[in-house]
Design a protein around this ligand. Structure first.
Ligand SMILES: *[C@@H]1O[C@H](CO)[C@@H](O)[C@H](O)[C@H]1NC(C)=O
Ligand SMILES: *[C@@H]1O[C@H](CO)[C@@H](O)[C@H](O)[C@H]1NC(C)=O
Length: 225
């Protein structure tokens, strides 16, 4: 402000001096214009200062919000890491196998109940199913799901059961007189680590399979417990 007044004063004096020498009315108009411009600039400056202050206030609010959110974010981050760790530690167990290997398409009849050996492994994550014995061994305590399907062919009766250790759990059978049929069953089991699950063919019964994979035995861990 002081500088502006000084400039104006100086200009006015020069203008007055010139007025005496050679009257020039335009200089006053120019000065007015200059003054108006400077005032306009000042107003604009002030308006910008107001805007800046508003921005500053908003920034401060945002900053304190971020500070408040910090612990929530940290909590979220550690939860995500925990879930990731649990997922990585979680045992991955699943298998599927079919009965047919090389050789005969019929298994049985035998004069005693016989453990079925599903020779062709389709999937076995973590290798808990043994294709040499037909036995699945639970690697951890948990809830497991098993299913099986038995194919009966021609005039042969098919009957199989799923066992948990020495205990019969569920069966599927079919007394088909002619043609063929499929019978299946499934079960959810709570197993302890080391529990064995396998399939048995009943005495004097048969089960059929070929490269069509009709007779299967599958299981997987739903979740550890
Ligand atoms: C049993 O399933 C097999 C496929 O695995 C199929 O070829 C056959 O036709 C089915 N039998 C009946 C009676 O549906
Ligand atoms: C039987 O399983 C094998 C893989 O082991 C697959 O290539 C084939 O297509 C399957 N056959 C049928 C009829 O599903």
């Amino acid at each position: 402000m002081a500088l502006l007044q000084l400039i104006l004063l100086a200009c006015v004096s020069v203008g007055m001096a010139q007025d005496f020498a050679s009257p020039d009315t335009d200089i006053l108009a120019e000065l007015k214009e200059l003054k108006a411009k400077m005032e306009k600039l000042e107003r604009e400056n002030e308006a910008q200062a107001v805007k800046l202050r508003a921005l500053e206030t908003r920034l401060n609010i945002r900053e304190s919000q971020l500070e408040e959110e910090q612990p929530v974010l940290m909590q979220l981050k550690s939860t995500v890491e925990e879930v990731k760790r649990q997922n990585a530690d979680r045992p991955k167990v699943a298998f599927s196998a079919t009965l047919f290997g090389a050789g005969s398409q019929h298994t049985g009849p035998f004069n005693t109940e016989t453990t079925l050996i599903y020779k062709k492994v389709i999937t076995d994550i973590s290798n808990n199913y043994n294709p040499a014995t037909g036995i699945f061994t639970a690697p951890v305590r948990g809830l497991y799901y098993f299913r099986f399907s038995g194919h009966a062919w021609g005039n042969h009766y098919m009957a199989v059961s799923l066992y948990k250790n020495e205990q019969r759990i569920c069966s599927a059978y079919d007394e088909q007189r002619s043609g063929n049929a499929n019978s299946s069953n499934g079960v959810t089991l709570l197993l302890e680590e080391g529990d064995r699950v396998y399939m048995r063919l009943w005495t004097n019964r048969q089960i059929f399979d070929d490269d069509g994979n009709h007779s299967t035995f599958s299981g997987f861990l739903l979740f550890p417990m």
